[in-house]
Design a protein around this ligand. Structure first.
Ligand code: COA
Length: 257
C-alpha cells in the first residue's frame, strides 16, 4: 500500500517502519508524503488505537532528511520543504492516539526530529541521536530546534545543535530524550508492552492527556523562526558546500559566505 513504509496492524497497534535501508531510511519527499497519508489513516481507522514508529534494518531508525533533495533549492523552496516536514510532524505530535518511537539505530537530523515528534521514545543500545545539520551549513527544519530544547533543556540542546555531535543511547537516557534503553531484540517487545498498557485505558482520557501535555510546551513562534532560519541557509555558499561535501564523501570547507 505504501512504497517507502511498511505497516502492520496487530492488537490495534499500527507499526510503521520507514523502509529505505540502503539510504539508512533517510526521509525523502515520498517518505514524508506517505507519513502524512498514514497519519490520516491512523486518525480515520477505528481499528488503529496506537502507533509505533521504527526504522528498517538493524543500523538506522532514520539518518535524516534526504540530503540529495536539498541540492539546487533556493530560499523559498527550502522553507517550503521544511514547512511540509513541520506539518507532517505536527500531525504526529498532535495525533489523537498514542505514538511511540522505537529508535533502533541512527536518529539524526530529521530522524531525531521524527522521534521527538512522537509522544515518547525507547531506544536500542546501538541508537545514536543528533542534529548534525550544521555539518551541512544548515539548521534543523522539522522542529528540531524547538523539541530538543523542550525535551533536554536549552543548554544541552544548544551544544548538540551547534557542535552537530551525536550522543549515544545511554546519554540520551540521562538527558531524558528516551525513556528506556534496551537490547535491540527487546526494543519492539517493550514498545508493544507499554502500548498495550495504554490501550487498556479509556481512549478519550488518553486523547486528552496528549492534547494537554502538548499544550504545556507552548506555541509555534519558535517553529516559524526555525523555518525562516532554515530557508536563509539556502542562500549561503556554505550550505551548498556542506551538502555537496556529504554527497561527495569529503569534509566540507566553510568560507563563512
Ligand atoms: N540523506 C541521504 N542519503 C543518506 C543520508 C541522508 N541523510 N544518510 C545516509 N545516506 C546514504 C549515504 O549517502 C549512503 O548512500 P550510498 O551507499 O548510495 O553512498 C548510505 O545512506 C549509507 O550511508 P553511509 O554514510 O555510507 O553509512 P555510514 O555507516 O558510513 O555512516 C551516518 C552513517 C549516519 C553517520 C552517515 O550516513 C551520515 O552522516 N548521514 C547523514 C546524517 C545527517 O547529516 N543527517 C541530517 C540530514 S539534514
Amino acid at each position: 500500500m505504501y512504497n517507502t513504509l511498511l505497516t502492520s496492524l496487530e492488537e490495534n497497534i499500527l507499526t510503521i517502519t520507514v523502509n529505505r535501508p540502503d539510504k539508512l531510511n533517510a526521509l525523502n519527499r515520498d517518505v514524508m508524503r506517505e507519513l502524512d497519508e498514514v497519519m490520516m489513516e491512523v486518525e480515520s481507522n477505528k481499528d488503529i488505537r496506537g502507533v509505533i514508529i521504527t526504522g528498517s534494518g538493524p543500523k538506522s531508525f532514520v539518518a535524516g532528511a534526504d540530503i540529495s533533495e536539498f541540492q539546487g533549492l533556493n530560499h523559498d523552496q527550502g522553507m517550503d520543504l521544511a514547512k511540509k516536514g513541520q506539518d507532517v510532524f505536527f500531525k504526529i505530535e498532535n495525533c489523537s492516539k498514542p505514538v511511540i518511537a522505537a529508535v533502533n539505530g541512527f536518529a539524526l537530523g530529521g530522524g531525531c526530529e521524527l522521534a521527538m515528534a512522537c509522544h515518547f521514545r525507547l531506544a536500542s543500545e546501538n541508537a545514536k541521536f543528533g542534529q548534525p545539520e550544521v555539518n551541512l551549513g544548515l539548521i534543523p527544519g522539522y522542529g528540531g530546534t524547538q523539541r530538543l530544547v523542550h525535551l533536554i533543556g536549552k543548554g544541552r540542546a544548544m551544544e548538540l545543535l551547534m557542535t552537530g555531535n551525536m550522543i549515544d543511547a545511554q546519554t540520551a537516557f540521562q538527558f531524558g530524550l528516551v525513556n528506556y534503553v534496551l537490547p535491540q531484540e527487546e526494543l519492539m517487545t517493550k514498545a508493544r508492552a507499554i502500548m498495550l498498557v495504554i490501550l487498556t485505558k479509556a481512549p478519550f482520557a488518553i486523547n486528552r492527556c496528549i492534547s494537554a501535555a502538548n499544550a504545556a510546551v507552548g506555541g509555534r513562534e519558535g517553529f516559524t523562526k526555525e523555518l525562516s532560519g532554515f530557508g536563509d541557509c539556502f542562500d549561503t555558499d556554505d550550505m551548498k558546500e556542506g551538502t555537496s561535501a556529504f554527497l561527495e564523501k569529503r569534509k566540507p570547507v566553510f568560507s563563512g559566505k
